[in-house]
Design a protein around this ligand. Structure first.
Ligand code: ZN
Length: 234
């Protein structure tokens, strides 16, 4: 109950701030060129380093590709932006990042080809205790923006659940992360997932322990390799 009230207050607070300061770039703080923009044109084009398809990473056999829009900039603007998206209820920014991610992904692929594939978009789920604390799942907000632009289907909320509440993975070795995350997800609604090509959406790709675990589960279910698309990659 206390959490719910806090979440409502936080939500109202963030909605108000987005209303009062609608034309300020969430990244650099400078006035944006268009009223609906939450990230200014200069930041979009020049602030971050494009990453694209990862051809260096050796991916598990359940994954066909890993695409990220930008390289993670430790201590930089992107880290700050993603932190705000996660903890400070900047949903408008999240959806805009999702749309930018979709545009970037379509540009990197043959758009006509990929638009016909009609994949199902699956954001990495959050454990319900974290969901209660934060009030929303930042990966789902990104996925909503992604689907707005592509018109692809977003998986139903709750179809896949995170049943294991893992502590923060920061600072752990990649082996330890994989051990921690094993069995963390469960499919609770199979119908929508079967025979689908799936794209997993997340904010940051670090060691891949979390997305690989989810991809493994989904690939077993669909008998198809899964694609991973993230805003940033370390
Ligand atoms: Zn800016």
């Amino acid at each position: 109950m206390v959490h719910t009230v806090m979440n409502i207050m936080k939500y109202i607070g963030s909605s108000l701030s987005e209303l009062v300061f609608p034309v300020t770039c969430a990244c650099c703080g400078i006035k944006t060129e268009e009223i609906h923009q939450t990230i200014c044109n200069w930041c979009r084009r020049s602030r971050f380093e494009y990453a694209g398809e990862d051809i260096a990473e050796i991916l598990p056999e359940t994954i066909s590709s890993l695409f990220s829009m930008w390289f993670f900039d430790k201590g930089g603007y992107l880290q700050q932006l993603l932190h705000n998206l996660k903890y400070n209820h900047l949903k408008g920014v999240g959806r805009e990042l999702g749309r930018l991610l979709a545009a970037s992904y379509l540009r990197a692929n043959d758009p006509e080809n990929i638009l016909q594939i009609n994949p199902l978009i699956v954001p990495v789920p959050l454990h319900k205790s974290r969901m209660r604390k934060r009030g929303y799942n930042q990966a789902r907000v990104l996925a909503e923006g992604f689907c707005e632009l592509t018109n692809w289907d977003l998986v139903n909320d709750g179809a896949i659940a995170r049943i294991k509440n893992t502590a923060t993975q920061t600072g752990l070795t990649s082996r330890k992360r994989s051990e921690n995350i094993r069995g963390a997800f469960a499919v609770q609604g199979k119908e929508q997932l079967q025979d689908q090509l799936i794209i997993i959406i997340d904010d940051v790709f670090t060691t891949g322990a979390t997305t690989f675990e989810l991809a493994h589960l989904l690939s077993e279910l669909t008998n198809e390799k899964v694609k991973i698309v993230t805003v940033a990659r370390v």
